[in-house]
Design a protein around this ligand. Structure first.
Ligand code: ZN
Length: 410
């Protein structure tokens, strides 16, 4: 049973270790309607840390469907003055942003996809320059709570109440909400940092992925000036340490744009915009997606890589050992926050400019010119298997085994 006190511990962990809310800061929370009581707990914990104002932005997938159905594409694409003002306010204040996910992985199925994607693309392009003002400068965190439809999707053979309880359990376990979650996260952050330090000391120029069981055979170029990161991040300027994802098991970097060859096979389905893409492969040539195939959702995958020029290039390579506690739970969450931490993955779309050494003194444009990909999307997909091996090449041409039979070799 999930007790109130466990939930309170979770809410406190999110406010303290996820966002690390500072005195006098504003907090914007984005949540679905599934868990209003938990959202209130999170709000209270932010206030207890000294937040000046906490604002909750509620959403409801059936409403999104109605808007897409009834609004003209032009109206759906427009970002209104008050929305821009709100974004400007967040960028001025450097508000914390907390995303509490609970949505149904299939909750948007049946919508007019090209209309929806086109409007998203238009809206993101308008908001992008404002977003860039707060990039790397504010704390943000993505966490999850169970929604009824999501719980039924994960545990289809259970009654809703049982499924909800099981999903709460799985979420809290993955987020290390045990006896002392704060201490557990300090330890977890420390051990992830150790892996990063080892990888960064190697100065890698290439990763070679191979999995006999899936068919993955793929090389990707790295820029040794782009570091591996994991766990927590520090805001630029105010130097506030926060954990953008809870849970997180990955050690990740941004690859060198233009250098990717070969084929990768997905090892888990991808839930994208409320719809599933499953049993798919992607072939790269000169860094760019050359072809794709999928047993389910191939149209969706093709739409995804066509979102903009950068959507067909890679923005992330993440290493997650096969022994990850999330993979070991055996649960397929149909949610990237969890599933990406069950397996090694790649992401199409924008990379992480803040991983480039000296990025603080560069404009975004300069960072992109150094081979970090730019796009309006960033979409993870999982390729890790029990027999995945990753061999790195260092800048002086040495080969280093990084992952062997799915697990860390360094
Ligand atoms: Zn990732």
């Amino acid at each position: 049973m999930v007790t109130k006190s466990k939930l309170k511990q979770y809410a406190k962990l999110i406010a303290k270790k996820g966002l690390n809310v500072q005195k006098g800061q504003e907090v914007e929370i984005f949540a679905d309607l599934d868990q209003p009581e938990f959202v209130k707990m999170a709000v209270d914990e932010c206030y207890l840390l000294g937040a000046k104002r906490v604002h909750v932005n509620w959403s409801y997938q059936p409403l999104t469907k109605s808007h897409v159905k009834y609004q003209k594409q032009k109206d759906l694409s427009e970002v209104l003055g008050w929305e821009i003002a709100k974004w400007e306010h967040m960028a001025d204040e450097l508000s914390c942003r907390l995303f509490i996910l609970s949505e149904d992985p299939d909750g948007l199925s049946g919508i007019n996809l090209s209309k929806f994607q086109a409007s998203q693309r238009a809206r993101k392009a308008v908001i992008k320059p404002i977003r860039e003002r707060m990039e790397n400068k504010h704390q943000w965190c993505i966490v999850a709570v169970p929604g009824r439809a999501w719980a039924k999707k994960v545990f289809p053979n259970d009654k809703v109440t049982v499924a909800m309880n099981k999903l709460w359990d799985a979420i809290l376990t993955a987020a290390r909400v045990g006896d002392d979650p704060i201490a557990a996260w300090d330890e977890h952050n420390r051990s992830l940092k150790e892996k990063c330090d080892k990888l960064n000391a190697l100065g890698l120029t290439e990763l070679y992925y191979r999995s006999k069981s899936s068919g993955t055979d793929f090389r990707v170029g790295l820029n040794p000036d782009v570091v591996f990161a994991a766990g927590g991040e520090v805001t630029e300027g105010k130097e506030v340490f926060f954990n953008p994802n809870m849970p997180t098991e990955e050690v990740f970097t941004s690859p060198l744009r233009g250098k990717a060859e070969g084929i990768v096979y997905a090892s888990l389905p991808l839930s994208y915009n409320g719809q599933l893409i499953d049993k798919f492969w992607i072939r790269f040539h000169e860094g760019k997606v050359e072809d794709v195939g999928a047993e389910q959702g191939e149209d969706l995958l093709r739409e995804l890589i066509a979102m903009d020029e950068g959507a067909s290039y890679l923005g992330e390579c993440a290493i997650v050992p096969y022994e990850s506690p999330i993979r070991k739970s055996g649960i397929l969450f149909y949610n990237t926050l969890f599933d990406e931490n069950a397996a090694c993955h790649l992401a199409l779309g924008i990379g992480f400019t803040n991983l480039l050494k000296g990025y603080e003194k560069m404009t975004e444009k300069e960072a992109f010119a150094k081979g970090i990909n730019d796009s309006i999307i960033h979409e993870d997909f999982m390729i890790g298997t029990a027999d995945l091996s990753i061999v790195g090449t260092t800048k002086d041409g040495k080969q280093v085994e990084i992952l062997k039979d799915g697990n860390w070799a360094i």
